[in-house]
Design a protein. Structure first.
Length: 316
């Protein structure tokens, strides 16, 4: 197990290096002078040159990348010129709202999707199955920002049940915190719920057609026990994989939803940094999101051995 974890961690290093090269190149090869954009049109050339020297922008681009990479290995993600604080501090100050939104959206997706997938698999070919799969296809097709606008119109403007936008920290009360995240969580989690439901149905159908399930059914085991105790556990690895991928995607893809609902998360931090050309924050935030996504996938890989004893993590 230990050797497997070490190998998996080592395999993350090339991915992070490739992402760092891509992100650094896109930011620095974009037309326009970052220092001039930061200071505005009224800045003099002397002020622009001073900022370029302060941020190291007057060095060759390969030297800038090497310096940035060396600082990353030291745990230094850079310094935000606009926020006047280290990039890591900026990320951590915006991480709480994004994590809360992603966790609530994932819980909503799992609670909704897995029972639907199980019911659709048990009623394969029926009207219930076709209806659920049609709704899941609709859930995949509707963008989260459009669904969010419809939810605001119905539940906030017309019914006045939930806040239109904004964010309440956990310190203001648990219900107040959740109340502000219900609509964005539904908007963000619906597409992922559809994916999990379709995967649950497909994976469960594959297992239900295996010979050992037929043998258990022939012994007279009740259908509910057969489905939940025997079939569902054996079909859970693909489901857990999709859940892990969707959780990573929720953290990475919450920018538009956070903007619509005015949630001060990492997504909104990146958008504001793009507008201000605060490239240190952009680079650090994207690299941090990539690292989080890879860490979630590593955790899911380790769960395989817990879910299915046949998976031997120590073997090639």
């Amino acid at each position: 197990m230990t050797s497997y974890i070490i190998k998996r961690i080592q395999s993350l290093i090339p991915v992070l290096l490739i992402v760092s090269v891509v992100v650094f190149s896109i930011i620095h090869l974009t037309p326009g002078d970052p220092a001039a954009v930061m200071l505005g049109d009224q800045a003099s050339q002397e002020e622009i040159d001073a900022v370029r020297e302060q941020l190291g922008l007057n060095q060759p681009i390969y030297q800038q990348y090497i310096n940035w990479l060396i600082n990353l290995f030291k745990g230094d993600f850079g310094y935000s010129y606009f926020m006047k604080q280290p990039v890591l501090d900026s990320i951590f100050s915006h991480l709480g709202p994004t994590l809360s939104l992603a966790i609530i959206a994932e819980i909503f997706a799992i609670i909704l999707a897995i029972p639907i997938g199980i019911l659709a698999a048990k009623r394969k070919g029926s009207l219930i199955d076709q209806s659920f799969m049609g709704l899941s296809l609709l859930g995949i097709s509707v963008p989260s920002f459009l669904l969010g606008l419809f939810l605001i119109l119905i539940f906030s403007v017309q019914l006045k049940l939930l806040p239109v936008a904004g964010y309440a920290p956990l310190s203001s009360g648990l219900w107040n915190h959740i109340k502000h995240l219900i609509l964005p969580a539904i908007a963000l989690g619906t597409m992922h719920a559809a994916l999990i439901a379709r995967m649950t149905r497909a994976s469960l159908l594959d297992v239900l057609n295996l010979n050992f399930i037929k043998a258990i059914r022939a012994k007279g085991v009740k259908e509910g026990v057969l489905t939940y105790k025997h079939a569902l556990r054996n079909s859970f690895i693909p489901i857990v994989t999709v859940i892990g991928q969707t959780l990573g995607a929720l953290v990475a893809g919450a920018a538009v939803t956070e903007t619509i609902f005015n949630i001060p998360g990492i997504g909104q931090l990146i958008l504001n940094s793009v507008e201000r050309r605060d490239y240190s924050v952009i680079q650090g935030s994207i690299l941090f999101i990539t690292l989080s996504y890879l860490t979630i996938n590593l955790f899911i890989d380790l769960l395989y051995g817990v879910i299915d004893p046949r998976v031997k993590l120590g073997r090639k």
